[in-house]
Design a binder for this molecule. Structure first.
Ligand code: ZN
Length: 397
């Protein structure tokens, strides 16, 4: 499938949502929703389905991982597995009948415009689940082929952040996920468990960036739950990012939801790349002209804050649509430089300590500058060698 047929424009911001806030916009919006909400929020889902373009149902099949603390609503799904059974890895007919087929059929029955191959969370790239995911992906491809289903197929790469400390392991991710399946899938959704891009080392971010960049050669790559770092990767090569509107700035499989972080009572200030509390909003006299805020500076309304997040995040990516890669990178570098200026002004004027909170912007800037020299490397043996060479050179810099 031509990758341009999946989304009208890229990069695109795709809100992960399961409530009614965005319905207020009364227009078509891309929607990403967890499969368990299709069941437990039937009425809202019915309405979201009407405005969704495209509708993407995440099978959230990683909840079949024993440490994941699956919500009760997930246990109602037809592919919920009581425990993580060895038979899933070894028995093909069990895997097909109890996991793969019901998971794909659930997405089809509920009109998902994109099919996400069932997947498990793999803490490491040498974990059994990593190789099982590849088998599942191959079987999912066969399922769509045998049933003549023409919907785009995405592979979800949901892995632990340890691999970011070993740059050479991205070879195995690219080798397995790109080289082996490049003719059969349309894109990737990447979630890195435990990665907070605001706290990560620059070297870790470089490894992730390289992975995203190489996979995006002729595929759509979407990042999930990386907060505004999604903007950085969208400038570098990804097709966009998926994020909740008021929380979920990073992924932690043992603490699903992220509501405990308190971020849901805060307001996104896209100019600063962060969420702040009401008091800070008042102090700095923040005004937003979006149709949800209309310059009212105290945003306590949940729905209005959600719409604000959606509109402002989409707007940033829309500004990149017609730019080439280097222009996108420069655009984002400018946005960060403006943020840094604002932040130091606010700190001086109002006695805040935003500079400390936003210190990650410095390493994001370095990353963007570094990424300008990235090139797609050739596949096969040469590909791996070239990539290794490149990474060694970078490490020696
Ligand atoms: Zn606003």
């Amino acid at each position: 499938m031509d990758k341009n047929l999946v989304f009208e424009n890229t990069p695109i911001f795709i809100p992960e949502t399961s409530d009614s806030a965005l319905l207020n916009l009364e227009r078509e919006i891309p929607i990403f929703i967890g499969a368990h909400f299709v069941y437990c929020r039937k009425n809202v889902f019915k309405q979201l389905k009407e405005i969704a373009k495209p509708l993407i149902i995440d099978p959230v099949s990683y909840y079949n991982f024993q440490e994941a603390k699956a919500p009760e609503t997930f246990k109602k799904l037809p592919y919920y597995l009581e425990e993580e059974p060895k038979t899933l890895y070894s028995n093909e007919s069990y895997r097909t009948n109890n996991f793969i087929n019901p998971c794909i059929e659930f997405q089809l029955d509920n009109y998902s415009d994109i099919i996400i191959a069932p997947y498990l969370f793999s803490p490491e790239t040498d974990d059994t689940k990593f190789s099982t995911n590849l088998t599942i992906l191959a079987q999912s491809i066969s399922y769509l082929k045998n049933n003549n289903i023409k919907k785009p197929l995405f592979a979800s790469i949901h892995i632990g952040n340890n691999f970011l400390n070993r740059p050479s392991t991205i070879n195995s991710v690219i080798g397995r996920y790109y080289t082996d399946f490049k003719d059969s899938i349309d894109g990737y959704i990447i979630t890195i468990n435990g990665l907070d891009p605001r706290k990560a080392e620059l070297e870790q971010l470089k490894t992730l960036t390289n992975l995203v960049f190489q996979l995006s050669k002729d595929k759509l790559v979407l990042l999930k739950q990386m907060g505004p770092f999604g903007e950085v990767l969208s400038a570098i090569g990804s097709a966009g990012y998926i994020n909740s509107l008021l929380y979920g700035e990073f992924s932690e499989i043992e603490k699903p939801g992220g509501f405990g972080s308190g971020i849901h009572s805060r307001i996104l200030i896209p100019e600063l790349f962060i969420f702040v509390d009401n008091e800070t909003v008042r102090k700095i006299g923040y005004k937003c002209e979006c149709i949800s805020c209309k310059n009212i500076h105290n945003l306590t309304d949940y729905a209005r804050r959600s719409i604000h997040s959606y509109l402002r995040r989409s707007e940033v990516l829309e500004q990149m649509v017609n730019l080439n890669r280097i222009q996108r990178i420069n655009f984002l570098l400018e946005k960060i430089k403006k943020a840094e200026k604002l932040i130091s002004n606010y700190d001086l004027k109002y006695g805040l300590s935003l500079t400390k909170v936003c210190s990650f912007l410095y390493s994001w800037k370095s990353l963007l500058e570094w990424s300008k020299q990235l090139n797609y490397v050739e596949e096969g043996l040469e590909f791996e060698e070239e990539l290794l060479k490149k990474l060694e050179e970078d490490n020696n810099d």
